[in-house]
Design a protein around this ligand. Structure first.
Ligand code: PEP
Ligand code: MN
Length: 263
């Protein structure tokens, strides 16, 4: 189902009035985690003003340490919905369990399967039944073949609205949190009709490097970007070091639109 051989045209995935696919650049932005009603509303307004069309925000946070902040769960989903409604942004939230999927369908427009769950085949099948478009992140050490098979798991359950998200892979390099596999974009485009987006925030883990990677994503033909933006990155409950400030996102969004218009 995800094989380009059987699809003459790249897929266009509809989310409300928006489309993810050729001839448009999806700009998804927001905090790593929804921290409060006020925080997500403030960030939603800022990223909307800067030109984003999707709001990201985690309500279920699978963290490396079990003692770190784990997310507001259903309460966080409600705040996402309110922020989406107030700004006209479409909302995306990661799901980590069947319980999270059942809650997410009530509040958000897309769901995200995180890197650590890319081969959670049970979760993939449930995502395939939920009726919402799915952003499928690449596993930390997954090959393109494994990743596309994960997409097949979702699609084989009747949901063909899958968006692939390259978010950096594990390599020997330690200067960045992960290594952005920019070549995954053209390599995927020749293998699948599915849209491909880039997450430069998790790929590098360093706020100062995010703009360069985001521009590279546009240059190689990515269909969109998902980036972390925070009102006060120093105090963020998760992923502060890689979160852009409002000013940085505003500048970057303007530059990206200019880049996209040139390509
Ligand atoms: C996230 O998007 O906040 C996240 C946890 O990403 P990943 O699954 O790519 O690590
Ligand atoms: Mn994060």
């Amino acid at each position: 189902l995800a094989n380009r051989k059987f699809h003459a045209q790249p897929a266009r995935i509809k989310v409300g009035k928006a489309e993810i696919g050729p001839d448009t650049l999806a700009l998804m932005a927001g905090p790593c985690a929804v921290e409060s009603e006020e925080q997500i509303m403030l960030i939603a307004q800022a990223v909307k003003k800067a030109g984003a069309n999707f709001l990201r925000g985690g309500a279920y946070k699978p963290r490396t340490s079990p003692y770190a902040f784990q997310g507001l769960e259903e309460e966080g989903l409600k705040y996402m919905q309110e922020a989406g409604k107030a700004t006209g942004l479409y909302t995306v939230c990661e799901v980590t369990s069947l319980e999270a999927i059942n809650a997410a369908v009530k509040y958000v427009d897309l769901i995200q399967i995180g890197a650590r769950n890319m081969q959670n085949f049970y979760l993939l099948k449930e995502a395939g039944k939920c009726g919402l478009p799915v952003i499928l992140k690449r596993g930390l050490s997954a090959t393109l073949e494994e990743w596309l098979n994960a997409a097949e798991y979702i699609m084989s359950m009747g949901n063909e609205n899958v968006i692939l998200c390259e978010r950096g892979i594990r390599t020997f390099e330690t200067a960045t949190r992960n290594t952005l596999d920019i070549s995954a974009v053209p390599a995927l485009k020749s293998r699948t009709q599915l849209p491909v987006i880039i997450d430069p925030s998790h790929a590098c883990g360093v706020r100062a490097y995010v703009p360069a990677l985001a521009k590279a994503a546009v240059a190689v033909g990515a269909d969109g970007l998902i980036m972390e933006v925070h009102n006060n990155p120093e105090c963020a409950l998760s992923d502060g070091p890689q979160s852009l400030t409002f000013e940085q996102f505003d500048t970057l969004a303007r530059e990206l639109k200019a880049y996209a218009a040139l390509s």
